[in-house]
Design a protein around this ligand. Structure first.
Ligand SMILES: *Cc1c(COP(=O)(O)O)cnc(C)c1O
Length: 484
């Protein structure tokens, strides 16, 4: 199919009377079976198409998608790694999918055993004491942990109103803090792209409840001041929250609990290969230190001898944050992934993720500046600032042009501390050939004509939609062109 050709809407393919199948005429009387007020005035305005046109329509549309199964997808911070098909198959096994969340604990011991073990595994990987699997995504994990921090300080009779957040943080961090009722205070990054300790000290006082830190941070750098930072916070009686979105870089190498974090979330859909993109579902379990365990959401999966059960008897809990046990389908994939790899395999994941990112960094840095760090962890942030200043080529132009080469764009314009940012995360699952093809494309693009790049992509059905207009004036309903 010619990919540049726009696809017609189903409504435009519609021809009166076309059907995918035909039902026999109704042979029971319908007259008077429903009151007239309950009857529609006519059939609903649905498209009328034959089955083959319907199938082609959707199959062709599906080929317009970019996904991890079709394209290299180096979307920084999002960890778009391959989702092993074995885990997809096992998580879809009827012994799991036929369970109903309202079954008795006795009738789903197998699932409860898996979820209990997942709690234990995540606590071990975190180096922390208690885990809740409930939160449905990283952002909800942040919110849950901050609500727990608020409950913890209330319980201690302390009034602490502030959450401190580095300026390189993901937008969900300040949003979660604000939703949980805290005032947010931004802490500067220093010239190395790490937390500016002087700025942190100047903002840290008895009003501080929590410092939220992403480590490795969104620049792909491990903040080696972390022990000093957590000591500073604890000295003031505050808690340290670790945004665990970048756990892919440190699995089995270091543990947030060991470097002083008191609470953290995981993104199972990033680190532990829950398929994501397209908006969900995800899973954002949280792990916390001992003094916070009583406040974890209820229920937790508990064990008594050989029996597993949902424990609701937790009087200090902040309550539920998600129905049933959380997004079990994603948690299952995460559990399978962890069990498949084991401790050594998880460590190799991180070592290879870091190796791949550094390989790309070293291939690109002569042409694209990398303002922070000679080396990186599992991702790095390059900048198109010089290209922009000298030749009017922006990060957006580069991201759009990469689509022509069959690569999903990196994360662009984030983190905000780098101008014309291109945040590149290859993950450990890509081959050297793929990494080389991607680097070659980026190097070629840097030499291309600026006007040509402003019009990219050239080979896709849609080139440059007006993203703001599309978001602000969403058209979700097709309207028949009015007949004159
Ligand atoms: C993805 C991400 C989040 C938010 O996680 P979701 O699961 O998308 O809600 C928070 N912080 C960082 C650094 C992230 O990359």
């Amino acid at each position: 199919m010619d990919k540049t050709q726009a696809t017609e809407l189903l409504f435009e393919l519609s021809r009166p009377g076309r059907r995918t199948h035909r039902l026999p005429d109704c042979d029971v009387p319908t007259e008077g079976s429903l009151p007239a007020s309950a009857l529609a005035e006519g059939p609903p305005p649905l498209p009328e198409v034959g089955e083959i046109d319907l199938v082609r329509h959707f199959i062709n549309l599906s080929t317009r998608n970019m996904s991890i199964d079709t394209n290299f997808y180096p979307l920084g911070s999002c960890t778009m790694k391959y989702n092993p098909k074995r885990h997809e198959r096992l998580a879809a096994h009827p012994s799991m999918t036929d369970l109903h969340p309202l079954q008795s604990d006795e009738s789903c011991q197998g699932l409860l055993a898996i979820l209990w073990e997942m709690q234990e595994l995540l606590a071990e990987i975190a180096g922390l004491d208690g885990v809740s699997l409930q939160p449905a995504a990283g952002a909800q994990g942040e919110l849950t942990a901050l609500l727990m921090a608020a409950a913890y300080f209330r319980h201690k009779g302390e009034r602490r109103s502030r959450v401190l957040i580095p300026d390189s943080a993901h937008g969900t961090n300040p949003a979660s803090a604000a939703l949980a009722g805290f005032d947010t205070v931004s802490v500067k990054s220093n010239s190395r792209g790490l937390v500016d300790l002087d700025d942190l000290r100047s903002k840290l006082d008895e009003r501080t409840a929590v410092f939220m830190i992403t480590n490795p941070n969104t620049l792909g750098l491990f903040d080696d001041q972390i022990a000093t930072i957590t000591e500073l916070l604890h000295h003031k009686g505050a808690l340290v929250y670790l945004d665990g979105a970048n756990m892919n870089a440190i699995l089995g190498i270091t543990r947030p609990g060991d470097f002083g974090a008191d609470m953290m979330h995981y993104n199972v859909h990033k680190t532990f290969t829950g398929p994501h993109g397209a908006g969900g579902p995800g899973a954002g379990p949280i792990a916390v230190r001992k003094q916070l365990v009583p406040f974890l959401p209820t229920p937790l999966v508990a064990r008594s001898g050989e029996r597993f059960y949902l424990d609701y008897d937790r009087p200090q809990s902040i309550g539920r944050v998600r129905s049933f046990f959380g997004n079990v389908g994603i948690l299952l994939r995460g559990w399978l992934y962890i069990r498949t790899l084991g401790p050594r395999g998880l460590r190799e994941v991180s070592e290879n993720a870091v190796l791949n990112a550094n390989y790309l960094l070293s291939r690109l840095k002569g042409v694209y500046e990398v303002p922070h760090g000679e080396r990186c962890m599992h991702e790095f942030v390059a900048s198109a600032w010089t290209l922009k200043r000298e030749r009017k080529i922006s990060a957006m132009d580069i991201g759009k042009r990469l689509l022509d080469f069959g690569f999903h764009a990196p994360t662009v314009y984030f983190p905000l501390v780098v101008k014309e940012a291109l945040m590149i995360e290859p993950t450990e699952t890509e081959s050297k050939e793929t990494l080389d093809a991607f680097a070659d494309a980026l190097l070629q693009i840097s030499r291309e004509d600026a006007d040509f790049l402003h019009e990219a992509p050239h080979e896709l059905a849609l080139s440059r939609p007006d993203e703001v207009k599309a978001a602000k004036e969403t058209v979700l309903r097709w309207q028949a062109p009015s007949t004159p």
